[in-house]
Design a protein around this ligand. Structure first.
Ligand code: FE2
Ligand code: FE2
Length: 226
């Protein structure tokens, strides 16, 4: 059988740039598919996952255009690929909690908040298994820290400001933006302009102010996604 023939896979496959590109595309699709099932089993999260990836692309390109310090195109690509996996830890959260929206007891919200730790654990193990330097390692960081807030009021570690990893500060902006613009189980829909207004209002409180400014200069491109 082909899958017992190690030589069929080792050395021959995915060696050329074209094959690597194909493999990355396949990875991207798998990640999106799993992530949308984990994120919101009560509803349809496919569009959220797709737009979060597109919004991430818009923000990281703005950062590259602005020569954001120590930010490379390779890191930007890894963040885009990692972005659909931000809530993969929700795979461990019970259905009734995911379906309950914003009316959770404190025990239930603790369980929901645990999706950050569960997600980073799953992705960290995967990253170790495939060796360092891949987008999976970036995804593990995003999964853990994407609910941290600039002023230190987030979770799970109550990190503040630039102590929050850059990839997670990016994700916090784009994830919140889509949740507000299109609505999600935890927030009612306020539309693209309403979401932009709220991001501006909470920049420096919840969101990295410099990154929020950069994101909001791209409203034309953002609007096209909705
Ligand atoms: Fe989350
Ligand atoms: Fe999300």
């Amino acid at each position: 059988m082909w899958f017992n023939d190690k030589n069929a896979l080792v050395g021959k496959r995915f060696r050329t740039t074209a094959d690597t590109k194909e493999l990355l595309e396949l990875h991207g699709l798998l990640a999106e598919s799993f992530a949308s099932r984990a994120e919101d089993r009560a509803g349809n999260a496919e569009e959220h996952i797709r737009r979060v990836k597109q919004l991430t692309g818009i923000l990281v390109r703005a950062m590259l255009d602005n020569d954001y310090p120590e930010f490379t195109a390779e890191y930007a690509d890894n963040i885009i690929l990692a972005s659909p996996l931000h809530d993969i830890g929700k795979i461990t959260v019970r259905d009734e909690i995911l379906k309950k929206g914003d009316k959770l007891t404190s025990g239930e919200s603790g369980e929901l908040m645990n999706h950050t730790l569960a997600g980073s654990e799953i992705l960290h193990e995967l990253a170790e298994a495939v060796g360092g330097g891949t987008y999976i390692a970036v995804a593990a960081v995003i999964a853990r820290y994407h609910h941290e807030r600039w002023n230190g009021c987030g979770y799970p570690d109550r990190l503040r400001g630039e102590a929050i990893p850059l990839a997670a500060r990016i994700m916090s902006i784009v994830d919140s933006f889509d949740c507000l613009a299109a609505g999600c189980p935890y927030s009612k829909k306020v539309g693209v302009d309403g979401a932009a207004e709220l991001l501006r209002k909470f920049a420096g409180e919840y969101y990295d102010p410099a990154l929020t400014d950069m994101f909001l200069t791209k409203m034309d491109a953002i609007r096209e996604l909705y």
